[in-house]
Design a protein around this ligand. Structure first.
Ligand code: HEC
Ligand SMILES: [Ca+2]
Length: 484
């Protein structure tokens, strides 16, 4: 090798080593901001602003990646594929998404009511207060057919609220299971059986404490009945093996959804997060990072996908999930899950039998310390199901339901997704597995923990910080019936 070439090669090696150690933010400031601007607003060397709705789209992920890697012909945009690895190039796309989200929020603000009325693509709506006090960290909301509303509180309570009465008049049910109230754990999901009128069953999912001082825990599912102010007839539906309990207080997952009736019986689906042990999401012998499926009485269905796989847990329905905290069937019978990504890359996935959703091998996010992870697309030989929608940056997806009507008929069948850190409720329209439309319905009122469509079609939202329960009620249709 001649000296000049050797120096050139070493130069590339050193540059790429230096670039690798850098935060994504640092790379942007050193290599990109001179033309695109610190905040992505453009101006240098003929660049346009990256802050536009058009460019803030997941359809542009690949195009952005390719532009950075290969350059843009006939413009000043250089190719970085020689000096940066693919992971860093993807990290820069993630950084652009963060700049766009910030910039667009500054320009457009949050949905704002006029005279109390919010306008959106197909309906106008008002926000009505349901509860301003009386709850501590409400985690889940569901409805009894007689109009009573069930709330869980993460510290370990279930309350029954009669609309119109004072919040002080909703004492917690006696006899609900003990929980480990630490970190992300506690009393989490409550779900009323769709055939409640006939069977009276209510389901709970929570962090079940075990061991000395109850310091280890794992997601557990039980069902029981509510008689007066008592929780009775409790039966365990799912309890993981003792060795799966851990001291981690992260990623319990913890939502429940019921399948359609099969000859008078129903399947029960529930999700458990990776509990901070990411590799377990790929291990079929572990409950972590899975959507599970049982009969509603806890028995394992004979036709579950892994019943005959040696070592696999028989309840596993799908795997490779990080921390799913939204789970619902839509009106076409598809099951949907929303899950938290790391820094960037929350996902909306259509849950299909036996499929692998990729965590921790791939995801759209980067590491929390702002260093790259890898590209979000499967490589040759990897067989992962990709999300229908990814949130970049993350909203900390939590709570998912479907608009069922009769209120808001033009939203019927649309998914309603909440976000904690994003403080957002979004309406998401997917048809035939394809994302068609999305819009923010509320933003900035608090951390959205759960969303639930009431029997009358109004949409309940449980907020944390500050604690509030509100509902969206129709304020007149704008005459537009839907499909864009
Ligand atoms: C010397 C100026 C210059 C530098 C440095 C530069 N770009 Fe560009 N970039 C451009 C121009 C010019 C375009 C094409 C016009 C446009 O899209 O604004 C472009 C286009 C892009 C696009 C496509 C955007 C679109 O509108 O479709 C992306 C993404 C991009 N650049 C990212 C980066 C990143 C990341 C870096 C740093 C690693 C970088 N650029 C460095 C000038 C530059
Ligand atoms: Ca995934």
């Amino acid at each position: 090798m001649n000296r000049a070439l050797c120096v050139a090669v070493l130069g590339v090696v050193f540059t790429s080593m230096a670039v690798r150690a850098q935060s994504v933010e640092g790379t942007w400031q050193n290599h990109c901001a001179s033309c695109h601007g610190k905040a992505g607003k453009g101006g240098g060397a003929g660049t346009r602003s990256l802050i536009s709705d058009d460019l803030f789209s997941q359809d542009k992920d690949r195009a952005f990646f390719d532009a950075i890697r290969n350059g843009v012909p006939d413009t000043a945009m250089p190719a970085y594929g020689e000096t940066m690895d693919d992971a860093r190039i993807w990290g820069l796309v993630v950084h652009i998404r963060e700049l766009q989200a910030r910039g667009l929020r500054q320009e457009q603000g949050s949905p704002k009511p006029e005279g109390g009325v919010f306008t959106s693509a197909h309906h106008a709506y008002r926000l009505e207060s349901v509860l301003e006090k009386g709850l501590v960290t409400p985690w889940a909301v569901d409805f009894l057919p007689d109009g009573r509303i069930l709330f869980t509180e993460r510290p370990g309570r279930v309350r029954v609220f009669v609309p119109g009465t004072k919040p002080e008049l909703m004492p917690p049910l006696h006899g609900t299971p003990a929980v480990r109230d630490r970190g992300q754990g506690g009393m989490m999901e409550v779900a009323v059986h769709p055939d409640y009128a006939a069977n009276g069953w209510v389901y709970l999912a929570f962090s079940d404490p075990q061991g000395e001082g109850g310091r280890r825990s794992m997601t557990k599912v039980v069902r029981g009945r509510i008689k007066g102010d008592r929780w009775t007839d409790e039966k365990t539906i799912f309890q993981a093996a003792p060795e799966t309990y851990s001291g981690s207080d992260l990623h319990f997952g913890c939502r429940i959804a019921f399948g359609p009736s099969v000859n008078g019986r129903r399947h029960l689906y529930f999700c458990i997060g990776d509990r901070g042990s990411r590799e377990k999401a790929q291990d079929l012998s572990e409950p972590n990072g899975k959507v599970h499926r049982l009969w509603d009485d806890g028995r394992v269905p004979d036709d579950n996908p892994f019943v005959a796989t040696p070592g696999a847990l028989k309840s596993v329905w799908s795997y490779g999930h990080r921390n799913p905290q939204g789970l619902t069937f839509d009106l076409d019978g598809s099951l949907w899950v929303t899950e938290h990504g790391p820094r960037g890359g929350d996902e909306l996935n259509r849950v299909e039998r036996a499929r692998n959703y990729g965590w921790p091998t791939i995801c759209f996010g980067i590491d929390y310390n702002d260093t790259p992870f890898r590209t979000p697309w499967p490589r040759e030989g990897e067989d992962f199901t990709m999300p229908v929608l990814r949130w970049l940056p993350s909203i900390a997806a939590c709570g998912l339901d479907v608009a069922r009507g009769p209120m808001f008929p033009s939203w019927k069948g649309d998914l309603l997704a909440g976000g904690l850190a994003g403080e957002v409720l979004e309406r998401v329209r997917v048809r035939g597995g394809v994302l068609i439309e999305r819009e923010e319905l509320i933003h900035g009122l608090g951390r959205v923990r759960d969303v639930a469509c009431a029997p009358d079609g109004s949409i309940y939202v449980a907020l944390n910080d500050p604690v509030r329960v509100v509902r969206l009620v129709e304020a007149g249709s704008n005459g537009n019936t839907g499909s864009k």
